[in-house]
Design a protein around this ligand. Structure first.
Ligand code: GLA
Length: 347
């Protein structure tokens, strides 16, 4: 190996979604924050046409022959993301480096999304791309790596996070509006169980939304009264979740702006009920964790966060009210720390 350039270091945060789940892939609204748990990629270009990365989370390194092909068959599984990002960037320059993560893996806090973003920046995406373009190319890479038709929530949150703020994402217009988080409350996250969207009913939910849209048009524009045209009870329930969830995100932003934390908490809990009953992506363990949190003094509201099927629950709580959970701080989005060009400055 012969290093052929300056060392680069990038960082990309994971995310937790305050409210607005299973809305992004129908162009709806979500309100995530980038969290103070991150993926760091460090490395240097090399002359050989190979991309090699070690990971502190997996004993088997990723070793990708460039140009990257056969993404879905790449081993170990985490290397699929690496291959997919390299393919999206048309990368034909070797690289050797390491990945370090403080994002809990398989917890639904978007460790994979953050890996994609940190890698894309390390492999040169920041030269000539906007944050939005990077989010979209990372989303395409995520779909190629997993075969799951996931939305753009994770990548947008990782790239557009802002210190002390949640970010209102409009996944149709792809616009971002920072919303200050209250200083008098904490975002707490409780790990419940391991989950992965690969092999989960996630794709089935995406298909149900498409089927509902065949009947009533874009769900992001639908109102509750439009739902009555859906005769299939399952499609009706899935669509009702999306329509009411978009509404809850809007109301939540207003409540945050007005400092009305009781309403924020009520909306979070209503979101959980909708994800549990209408969207059917909760588990009994997630439900139990939400109930425990909601009966804890000082908790405004709680819900599962992310795709569901396991993962974490999130609560908004008075400081110190919840002991056995992670307190999440909202941080700035991904960046090139050293080396390369920092796309923040290019925008
Ligand atoms: C996963 C996907 C996101 C989003 C959430 C649910 O995290 O990657 O695109 O759909 O589930 O809101």
């Amino acid at each position: 190996m012969s290093p052929a350039g300056e060392r680069i270091e990038t960082r990309a945060p994971g995310r937790v979604n305050l409210i607005g789940d299973h809305t992004d892939y129908t162009g709806g609204l979500a309100l995530p924050l980038a969290i103070d748990r991150q993926i760091v990629v460090r490395g240097v270009d090399r002359d050989e046409l190979v991309l090699t990365l070690t990971s502190d989370q997996d004993p088997t390194p990723a070793s990708i022959q460039l140009p990257a092909v056969g993404i879905a068959d790449t081993e170990p599984p985490w290397a699929r993301r690496v291959a997919a990002i390299a393919a999206e960037l048309g990368r034909e320059q070797g690289f050797i480096g390491s990945v370090e993560s403080t994002v809990p893996i398989g917890a639904g806090l978007s460790s994979s999304g953050a890996l994609g973003v940190a890698l894309a920046l390390a492999l040169g995406a920041s030269a000539g791309h906007s944050r939005l373009e990077i989010a979209l190319l990372c989303q395409r890479a995520q779909q190629a790596a997993t075969g799951v038709p996931a939305g753009v929530l994770d990548e947008m949150a990782s790239l557009h996070g802002l210190d002390g703020h949640a970010v209102l994402l409009d996944c149709h217009d792809l616009t971002v509006e920072p919303v200050p988080l209250p200083e008098e409350a904490q975002v707490v996250v409780k790990y419940v169980s391991h989950r992965t969207v690969v092999g989960s009913p996630y794709s089935d939910r995406v298909a149900a939304c498409r089927a509902a849209e065949e009947v009533i048009g874009p769900l992001r524009l639908a109102r509750t009264q439009d739902l009555s045209s859906l005769t299939d009870p399952v499609l009706l329930a899935r669509a009702r979740h999306v329509v009411t969830e978009n509404d809850r995100v809007r109301q939540c932003v207003e409540a945050l702006k007005g400092g009305d934390l009781v309403t924020v908490g009520r909306l979070m809990t209503a979101s959980h009920v909708s994800l549990r009953d209408d969207y059917e992506v909760s588990t009994s363990d997630l439900d139990a964790a939400v109930e425990t949190l909601n009966s804890t003094p000082g908790v405004y509201g709680a819900r599962l966060t992310g795709a569901g099927f396991g993962g974490c629950v999130i609560a908004l709580a008075a400081p110190g009210a919840v002991n056995d959970a992670w307190v999440m701080r909202a941080v700035d989005g991904a960046e090139v720390v050293t080396g390369g060009s920092n796309y923040y400055r290019d925008l």
